[in-house]
Design a protein around this ligand. Structure first.
Ligand code: RNT
Ligand code: ZN
Length: 413
């Protein structure tokens, strides 16, 4: 008997169909963030990273051109099972010799990315870039009291909406456009209301331009604090959830953006009850919103379980959001992508209905006992089979491929 067949039979004893799990996962796209490949620099103005987010490390070989970034992403894609989307930030516009403000960018500045996505049969998600730019004034963008600054960033948001729509039209796959602003204050503000009122007004203005809501899902990402903006964040959880509800857009939760004992896994069910779609940035916060590479840890597994057991694989936009400059960047992508896939597969291989039934019967003993038993089932064998069927490397093979890529390509940059 093959290893996989042994695993299949073992899971079958618990009423779990490994074939069904594998088939279900193959069609779930995970959006892969281009910004892991170059430490969130982009191509438009290559300004220093700002906005309270940080990359640390200077591992050699980072991508500095669109060609390099595309090649690195391709490499990472080839080493990871499962369906993908490309997640771009506006600062990855390909401008050539043109000088173009962020408020003037157009679909044509992303045509090479569209070609890249189309050739690979994948969709594109998008993010306006409200940071690392000279028009960020006193750390503020859409909430700035300077009307000139605020209007600039409103125009940026509007320009991005059109670009997201173009991505959807070109690829035939809806585009998720996520708005996150870094705006906030280092110290206790004297006025908490006015910046939020201006942010609200700015969002209203961005969303006032016509766009096809079947093609573009606008999401709004909240945050609790950032480096240098420790005391007050304009786009707090309450602001963003309320705004999403008020405007009928989609809330986005980044699991690095909450107080340390709060978990996104516990928030998913509430949001699913009140939203047709929700969006996630899956990351790993170590002591703060540090954006470490996603690992196969308890919270990642729990997030995946919430998506799967609430039958929400088609209602949750799953995106990765982390950036580590201290290790091989292609490997960083691959590890995080593979772990997201593992977490989803793990969730699909749980007897969720039976567990829910035990809970309903107040049989908490069985909930605990069965949950713990599941942890030592031959998950790795199903994972290997899934990788194999997706045409992705099994086990250590991918690490050897990254080593070769580093020797042949990255080390020569
Ligand atoms: C920042 C947010 C945001 C960014 C990306 C680059 O804390 O998580 O999503 O990481 O837009
Ligand atoms: Zn995020």
């Amino acid at each position: 008997m093959s290893n996989y067949n042994y695993a299949k039979e073992t899971y079958a004893k618990y009423g779990i169909d490994t074939e069904k799990a594998i088939a279900a996962l193959m069609n779930v796209p995970v959006s892969v963030h281009c910004w892991q490949g170059d430490d969130v620099v982009g191509f438009d103005c290559k300004a220093e990273l700002s906005g309270g987010i940080q990359t640390t490390g200077n591992y050699p070989g980072k991508a500095t051109t669109p060609e390099e970034l595309m090649a690195d992403m391709d490499k990472a894609f080839s080493l990871t099972p499962g369906a993908k989307k490309l997640n771009l930030h506006a600062c990855y516009a390909i401008l050539g010799d043109e000088t173009v403000g962020r408020d003037e960018i157009q679909p044509k500045h992303f045509a090479p990315w569209v070609r890249f996505a189309k050739e690979r049969g994948i969709g594109i998600d998008f993010n306006p870039t409200f940071f690392s730019h000279p028009m960020v004034k006193d750390g503020l963008t859409l909430s700035s009291p300077d009307e000139n600054v605020r209007a600039y960033w409103v125009r940026h948001g509007q320009a991005c909406l059109k670009i997201a729509e173009y991505f959807a039209t070109e690829t035939g796959i809806p585009s998720v456009m996520n708005i996150w602003i870094p705006d906030g204050y280092k110290d206790i503000p004297a006025d908490r209301l006015s910046p939020r009122a201006r942010f609200k007004k700015s969002l209203d203005e961005i969303l006032a331009i016509p766009y096809d809501k079947t093609k573009v899902y606008v999401t709004l990402e909240s945050k609790v604090f950032g480096i240098g903006v420790e005391s007050y964040t304009v786009g707090s959880a309450e602001f963003c959830l309320s705004y999403s509800d008020y405007k009928g857009i989609t809330p986005l939760m980044d699991n690095g953006h909450y107080h340390p004992t709060e978990v996104v896994s516990d928030k998913i069910s509430s949001l699913l009850l009140f939203n047709e779609k929700i969006a996630l940035h899956v990351t790993r916060a170590v002591r703060w919103d540090s954006d470490h590479v996603v690992i196969f840890d308890d919270e990642t597994k729990e997030i995946a379980k919430e998506i799967v057991r609430n039958n929400a694989l088609d209602r949750v936009f799953i995106a990765l959001d982390y950036f580590d400059a201290s290790i091989n960047r292609v490997a960083a992508w691959v590890v995080g992508m593979r772990n997201m896939q593992k977490a989803l597969l793990n969730a699909l291989l749980l007897p969720s209905e039976a567990l829910a039934q035990y809970q309903a019967e107040a049989n908490y003993t069985k909930v605990l006992a069965v949950t713990e038993e599941m942890k030592t089932l031959p998950f790795g064998l199903v994972w290997d089979e899934y990788c194999h069927r997706c045409g992705a490397p099994v086990g250590m093979d991918w690490i050897r491929e990254v080593d070769a890529y580093e020797a042949d390509v990255l080390s020569k940059r």
